[in-house]
Ligand binder design. Structure first.
Ligand code: MEV
Length: 314
């Protein structure tokens, strides 16, 4: 009797930081939302011999894959160990619409999809705790020291409110509004911006700390706006957060242009999301028609790609 699924499929999706990037590094709260408009599908089929993969970045033997796929290698390795199976005898097709290096959690999503496909292949139950553990182990092998946020967001459905060294708090978000997400087409510069904020914090500790605390307070107000289902208030928090992030030097001209274009087109609020100086920005729209108008304005202003995501009110 055959005890494996062939082919077996695993999926995961992107994430967006709604509020609190950078200040979260200093212990302030932040809010992140799952972003199912972009996703990864890993399809595993049995074959003899060593593992082969097919993806946009590389096709061939997994052993020969470039460093940019270390997360995938790590996910296969730790999952096969956890399952007590040899790491051989299958082909893995990875299809992803999550742009890499935009702060959307691409790496953790690939790991989560691969892990799910392996568990499905071997007909083994995978609870959330084990999935999060395996994604975090893969991310640690591939990149160092993950906060666990990407693992959580790319494999779950509920937004979270979080603070360093505290458990993630589910923050259900059901609001009559739309999030418009725009990709600048530039890679995010998280490493550089995190380093520069830390320099500012050392050089101008009082002023920098004030901005960081302000960002934390705005994330707190955004949480209340979400709980009260108040998109106007949430939009205000986003606008204010973007100007604080500009003062922290983590925005750039392209992001500022997109934020301005969204506001001119009627957005309730707009800000960069993630590490900054590239990557993505987000805007809040009151309804679908407004969202479409904002998305068109963003594309006109140079966004490489836009997505419209309902916040669940319809
Ligand atoms: C990057 O997506 C988010 C930052 O707050 C960095 C971090 O939290 O590690 C900028």
């Amino acid at each position: 009797m055959k005890t494996v699924s062939n082919p077996a499929v695993g999926t995961a999706h992107g994430k967006i930081i709604l509020m609190g990037e950078h200040s979260v590094v200093y212990g302030e709260p932040a809010i992140a939302v799952p972003f199912p408009s972009v996703s990864v599908v890993a399809t595993l089929t049995e074959k003899s011999g060593s593992i082969t993969i097919e993806s946009d970045y590389f096709t061939g033997e997994l052993d020969q894959a470039p460093h940019s796929l270390d997360n995938l290698k790590a996910a296969v390795q730790v999952t096969c160990e956890a399952l007590g199976q040899f790491a051989s005898g299958f082909h893995m097709h990875i299809q992803s619409t999550i742009p890499p290096e935009r702060g959307m959690g691409s790496s953790a999503a690939v790991a989560a999809a691969v892990i799910r496909s392996l568990y499905a292949h071997f007909h083994r139950d995978l609870d959330r705790e084990q999935l999060l553990r395996l994604v975090n182990v893969s991310e640690t092998i591939a990149h160092g020291n993950p906060s666990g946020l990407d693992a959580w967001m790319t494999s779950g459905e509920i937004p979270v409110y979080f603070q360093k060294e505290k458990p993630f708090e589910p923050l259900p978000l059901q609001m009559n509004a739309y999030l418009v997400v725009a990709d600048t087409g530039q890679k995010g510069q998280t490493k550089d911006t995190v380093r520069d904020v830390s320099r500012l914090e050392q050089l101008y500790s009082e002023e920098a700390r004030r901005i960081i605390r302000r960002l934390g307070a705005l994330a707190e107000q955004a949480k209340v706006a979400i709980q009260e289902k108040n998109p106007v208030q949430l939009g205000e928090c986003m606008k204010k957060a973007h100007s604080q992030l500009m003062t922290l030097t983590v925005s750039n001209a392209h992001l500022d242009r997109l934020v301005a274009a969204a506001l001119y087109a009627g957005a309730l609020g707009a800000k960069l999301t993630g590490g900054g100086r590239g990557g993505c920005m987000i805007a809040l729209a009151a309804d679908r028609m407004a969202a479409e108008k904002i998305a068109a304005a963003l594309e006109h202003a140079g966004a490489e790609q836009t997505w419209i995501h309902s916040l669940g009110g319809d």
